[in-house]
Design a protein around this ligand. Structure first.
Ligand code: L34
Length: 295
C-alpha cells in the first residue's frame, strides 16, 4: 500500500506549545521564579536513560532548572521514599517525577502515593487521577494529554466520534479513555477500551474513527484491523532488531505503519510522534506547577 495518510508530527505540534510555554517561563522569571523539574531514575534501563536525558535537555533548552537524581538498581524502597520526601519539601523543585518502570523490589503504588500531589507533574497520584476522572483541574498525565493536544491542534474533531483505545495501562490506556469521554473541548467522544481479554478485538478496532494504541507490542495493529480514513495515534515505542541499521535495532510503534498508513487519513510516526508530546506536556505541567506556587 502506498502511504496516503498525512503525518501528525510531535515535533510540529510541540513546537507550537513550546513557544507558548517560553512566554510563560519568561513571565515567571521576571517574578524571580525559575520553574524546576526533578526526575528520579532508579537503575539503568536503557530506554529510561534516553527518555530521562531528553527531559533534562528540554528543560535546559527552555531555561528551566533540571535536576536528574540517579539512584542505583539496588536502591531500597525506603531510600527512594526518603528522596521523595526531600523533593516534596524543596521549594526550588516545583514538580518532579519518578521514571517508570521501577526495579521489581520497589512498590510502584507506594512510591506514587508518597509524591505531593501539587508536585506530581506526571499526574499519577490518585488525587490527580481522581480529579481528572471527574473533570476537575489538576495535572493531566503527559502521554494522554499529549495525544489530546495532537488531535486538537491538528484540527481533528473528536465530539461524537468513536475513539477506540487499545490497552488499559494506568499511565496511558485508562487515563486516555477518561480524558476523551469528558464533556469538554477536544473530548466528547464515544469511547471503547479494548485489551488482551477482549473478544474479537479487530471487529472493534475496525469501528474506530480515532484509534489510539498503547500496548507495547511491535506492529500489533495491521491494515485489516482498521477502517478506511481512520485517524491513528501510535503510542508504542518498541525497540526491535534490525540488522540493516548501524545500531542493529530500531524503534517501531504498536501499529504496522507501512500497511496502516495506506488506509488511514492521518497517522503519527514512531519515532517523532507521541514521544516528543509526552515530554512537552511534562514541561507544560512543570510550568503550571511553578505558576501555582506563586498564586
Ligand atoms: N514516570 N515514567 C514516568 N513518566 C512518564 O511520562 C514515562 N514515560 C513512559 C515510560 N515511563 C515513564 C515516558 O516518559 C514513556 N515515556 C517516553 C518519553 C519520551 C519518549 C518516549 C517515551 C521519546 O522521546 N521518544 C522519542 C524517541 C526516543 C528514542 O530514540 O528512544 C520519539 O520520537 O518517540
Amino acid at each position: 500500500m502506498p502511504p496516503t495518510a498525512d503525518l501528525i508530527k510531535g515535533k510540529d505540534v510541540s513546537s507550537e506549545i513550546y513557544s507558548e510555554l517560553s512566554e510563560r517561563i519568561s513571565c515567571l522569571k521576571s517574578k524571580g521564579v525559575t520553574p524546576g523539574l526533578a526526575v528520579i531514575l532508579v537503575g539503568d534501563d536503557p530506554a529510561s536513560q534516553v527518555y530521562v536525558r531528553n527531559k533534562g535537555l528540554k528543560c535546559e533548552e527552555l531555561g528551566m532548572r533540571s535536576i536528574t537524581v540517579r539512584m542505583p538498581e539496588t536502591t531500597t524502597e525506603e531510600e527512594l521514599l526518603g528522596k521523595i520526601y526531600d523533593l516534596n519539601r524543596d521549594p526550588s523543585v516545583h514538580g518532579f517525577i519518578v521514571q517508570l518502570p521501577l526495579p521489581k523490589h520497589i512498590d510502584e503504588d507506594k512510591v506514587i502515593d508518597a509524591i505531593d500531589p501539587k508536585k506530581d507533574v506526571d499526574g499519577f497520584h490518585p488525587v490527580n487521577v481522581g480529579n481528572m476522572l471527574i473533570g476537575k483541574p489538576g495535572f493531566l498525565p503527559a502521554t494522554p494529554a499529549g495525544v489530546q493536544q495532537m488531535l486538537v491542534r491538528s484540527g481533528i474533531e473528536t465530539s461524537g466520534k468513536h475513539v477506540v483505545v487499545v490497552g488499559r495501562s494506568n499511565i496511558v490506556g485508562k487515563p486516555m479513555a477518561a480524558l476523551m469521554v469528558q464533556k469538554a473541548k477536544g473530548a466528547d467522544a464515544t469511547v471503547t477500551v479494548v485489551h488482551s481479554r477482549t473478544k474479537d478485538l479487530p471487529d472493534l478496532t475496525r469501528q474506530a474513527d480515532i484509534l489510539i494504541v498503547a500496548i507495547g507490542k511491535p506492529r500489533f495493529i495491521t491494515a485489516d484491523m482498521v477502517k478506511e480514513g481512520v485517524v491513528v495515534i501510535d503510542v508504542g515505542t518498541n525497540r526491535v532488531d534490525d540488522p540493516s541499521s548501524p545500531k542493529g535495532s530500531r524503534l517501531v510503534g504498536d501499529v504496522d505503519f507501512q500497511g496502516v498508513s495506506g488506509k488511514a487519513s492521518k497517522i503519527t510516526p514512531v519515532p517523532g510522534g507521541v514521544g516528543p508530546m509526552t515530554i512537552c506536556m511534562l514541561m507544560a505541567n512543570t510550568v503550571a506547577a511553578a505558576e501555582n506556587s506563586i498564586r
